[in-house]
Design a protein around this ligand. Sequence first.
Ligand SMILES: [Zn+2]
Ligand SMILES: [Zn+2]
Length: 573
Amino acid sequence: MTLDNKSITRKLKLIIQLMELHDENPFKIRSYQSAIYTIDQGAFSLEDLGREALQEIKGIGKSMAEVITSLKETQTSPVIEELLAKTPEGLLEVLQIKGLGPKKIKILWKDLNVTSTHELMEACQSGQVAKLKGFGERTQQGIIQAMEYNASNTGKWLYAEIEEVVEALRQDLEQKFGIGKVSITGDYARNMEILDHIELIIETADGKAVFDSINSISSLYQDLKTSSPDNWRGEIKDLNIKVLIHLTPPHSFVQENLLRTGSRAHLLSPVLEYPSLAGFFRSKPFESELLAYEEAGLSFIPAELREGHFEMRLAKEGKIPELLELDDLKGSLHNHSTYSDGKHSLKDMASYCKSLGYEYLGIADHSKSAFYAGGLDIETVIAQQQEIKLLNRELAPFRIFSGIESDILIDGSLDYPEDILASFDFIVASIHSSLGMNRQKATARLLTAIGNSYTTILGHPTGRLLLRRDGYPIDHKIIIDACAANDVVIEINANPWRLDLDWRWVNYALEQGVKLSINPDAHEKEAFSHMRYGVLVGRKGGLTREMTLNAFSADDLAAYFDRRKSLKVSPKT
Ligand SMILES: [Zn+2]
Ligand SMILES: [Zn+2]
């Protein structure tokens, strides 16, 4: 295999970046730039040109011809190898970040010891990057955004990022094949938080005609090599996300849906005299999914529960719960305003929340240690609480609950003296700093915060950012048990990048009697719409209305907060 023009210029660009990173001779760097320019402008294919022909081209020359030939033949060159040898591996990923040139990366590397995207994100999150000379708040924000962009380009997508496109595709297909003849299956149908492909089924008796029809949808691109007569394979062009469309005759439509929606673990569960649920589903056609589960001796299992975690046990006992609906939510807790790093004022946030039909807004701006996020000093806390009183009169019966997102300090303590902590209706305790802890330290830090009788809600328990960075490692069981013992609610942070608590732990929490709160962590009005993603993953863990704190009415919630505050329980862990 030889490299084409594009691949070669990509390598030459990498050489330039590395040279700049290592402060190489600008004259040498310029010769690479002019070679790239020449290749981009020239109507020739590097693949066809030998070394002699190459060095005759103006703008390339002898030594560059050498490099290009080496790249063509070996995919690499001594120049690249030499530069790579003195570059930390993780910096190559940092070099991919848009808008962050080698000169800035060099400063990050030398001054903050950043050698990977992971470390860079942490440095941004803690505000250290903004403080560097020549960087500032805006650059820091830009870096974060660019990193999000990169992460989303690795073939994996957040549910929230692709749902519109998937729904549009479903509608396009329904227009062609009829409503009820198209269904989305696979991970997407189970509301998985991260997706790397989309799977659909079309009910049809005529395969060939269907392919032509599918191919007439302009957003799709068919991969002829991997498609087969019953399976259209390709991708959604703009997103580069894989799409699989299975064709199935009418009599097996329900069966196919059942077999392609459940996870492997779900389908492998034994049922009746069958070694697996899949075997039972394959045994005969069914009229509906409901009847199929009934005939298997099970309650109907909603698609998002078909994970093989706990649903089969419950379905056998007829105890599949009625899952939380978005409409069950009566208000929104854990939100930010311009008092800290939010985009909209407290009044705007409250009025907007009211206009959405909610009964209350919980405001939980950042606490004083989060200086990089405009954390509130004590005077500002008092000022905000006074404004809340006024707004509560103005917006009644709508209510604003006064909260704070208190940083959990490195020793696990909360961020204000007791009298200030006592002045809030509720406290969301979250970790935002020193994220590079081991499991033992992180767990101990959280346990101390959970044991603090002022903690109402544990905020984003692992601090993860999906597709961007892993959370700090925690012992989920110990943390959830402690929340149960101390009557602390756990947040499902509904920001689609977080969805933290992970749904895989929701059922365990519920079994321990721990309530959950679906919090958008909104930093602007529009983010209230994120509550939906929290509901989607809460449902995956079997979350019900009864166990959701912000499904409480405003009065019930006020009573809950009062009771919670009056219980000066001695910390138990
Ligand atoms: Zn937070
Ligand atoms: Zn927050």
